[in-house]
Write a protein that binds this ligand. Structure first.
Ligand SMILES: [Zn+2]
Length: 131
């Protein structure tokens, strides 16, 4: 199995933990863009916009996705870069974090070659080439 090099996974996990504590969410989703051992950008699911909505609309997943935020924040050409996406629950367990179809399109548009993401399995990270 293809795994991110060096401390990429640790860095991503740290960011996820920090955001889980700060945002007090049931799940935190973070996306980290990297090449080799170098992290160039980071994003997290942002619910700020959702809080402004009327309560009846808050069940919708209308927030900015972590993958999109990470790509936007990078502000550079991301050709050949990779992404790692982690979803972590309150207990610190990994949950399924496969990018949605919209994010895959954006990942492809940015030139990122593939994404590593957590699955429900407590330890496991899988890799998928950008479709
Ligand atoms: Zn998405």
């Amino acid at each position: 199995m293809k795994r991110p090099k060096g401390n990429i996974l640790t860095t991503a996990l740290q960011l996820a933990t920090e955001h889980r504590e700060r945002d007090d969410l049931d799940h935190t989703l973070v996306a980290v863009i990297f090449k080799g051992k170098r992290v160039v950008s980071f994003g997290h699911n942002d619910l700020a916009s959702r809080k402004k909505l009327l309560p009846e609309f808050q069940k919708w997943h209308g927030s900015i996705h972590a993958e999109v935020m990470a790509i936007n924040k990078a502000k550079r050409d991301l050709n050949g870069f990779e992404m790692i996406v982690l979803r972590v629950n309150k207990d610190g367990d990994f949950r399924m974090a496969r990018p949605c179809k919209h994010c895959w399109r954006y990942i492809k548009y940015a030139g990122i070659k593939g994404a590593h993401y957590s699955i429900g399995d407590p330890e496991n990270i899988v890799y998928e080439r950008t479709p």
